[in-house]
Design a protein around this ligand. Sequence first.
Ligand SMILES: [Zn+2]
Length: 431
Amino acid sequence: MPAADPGALTRHLRHLTETIGVRLAGSAGERAAGDYVAQGLAAAGAQVKQETFPVQCRDVRAQQLQVWHDGAWHDCGCSLFANAPGTEGAWVEAPLAFFDAATGYQRPDLAAELQGRVVLHLGCHIESRENYRRLIAARPAGVLMVDVRYPGASPLADAIFPAYAQAAGVVTALNVAYLDAWRWRERGATRARFRVVGGPRPAESANIVADLPGSEPDAGVLYLGGHHDTQADSVGADDNGSATAGLIELARVLAPRPRRRTIRLISFGAEEQLSVGSGAYVRRHREELARAGKFLFNFDSFGSLLGWNTLSGSGPRELDLLLPAYFARHGAYCRRERGVLPYADHFPFNAAGVPALTLMRLNCAAGRFFHHRPDDDLSRIDVKVMAASLNAVADLMSDLAAAETLPFPAEIPMDERAAVAFCWDDLFGGW
Ligand SMILES: [Zn+2]
């Protein structure tokens, strides 16, 4: 039986990270990655189609930030959030207001403190539509977002959720390095100014959908997923070149195995703006998912050298009990993190009522220390680690595809349904 080949994984990863490079949603790089994965899946014998959807492409030609302390302006690194507007090259200058997201939204009157200011926002994910609405309604001059997961020395790249921007509007938002923010506070910084040339531009992204048809069309569909876009200025070897390369190998490994159920491999576009491609897929195929969708296994950043495999997402307990034996067979282990996680491409499938998990490989308590950074390159990856996980999942999926009846109910646990529905409405804007 064919198995995932570390040499092939390396070859795919080299092409994605070195020949193509950065693969921002809606850009030529993302398109090239989509074409590459489509070719690889077709070469494995899958029936491939592309499904396009609209996206805002982050198209930044220049970005500058300066902060005033100790009697002088200081240049600082910054990265415009996807979906946030630039300044058409003009400088915007305002007093600086320090604001921590964890407790700041308890303040009754945000405008009194933030209006007309550049807000240093400690915590770069506003995981509440109401808090986001209040921040924008306070009319800040701009927002400097600090990722608090890892106290790094360089700005990360990130995105404002499109559903939030659409519902409440958006201002210029720049990611800044945690250690820069710390220094500004320590030095008593009082003012900031920034300019950005470029910003969001309407563009198209695509999901690559590839079928390995089963012999019994009514037996349901099993899904394998990954995303082929990256964040700005990151070649994304782990996030998510690992899964893009992995899907091509999975198609090759699974194609010759007998199956009753169809296995559908989907390489999603535009994950980095909050699963825009996966959201587009479930909105377009809601009926198919309700009728035939059995299970999605999604991969996102699962190749870190050091680290531990972690499975997140909502699915039945019977499924959790099956998984460890498949990993152990290939000398690998994984830890199951329970609870609803809306920040990867499995989540829209959960919202559509389909059990769906994402495999990640964390390497520090805050996640992955090179997350969304330029140094997420090939040196971070172990293709043998990847191959072990891919072989475990290939065995699982071919057993499930061949089974007379599935060994678990294709549904979301009762106690997680309300939280799934809430996140789908709040973060994604619902159906
Ligand atoms: Zn990712």
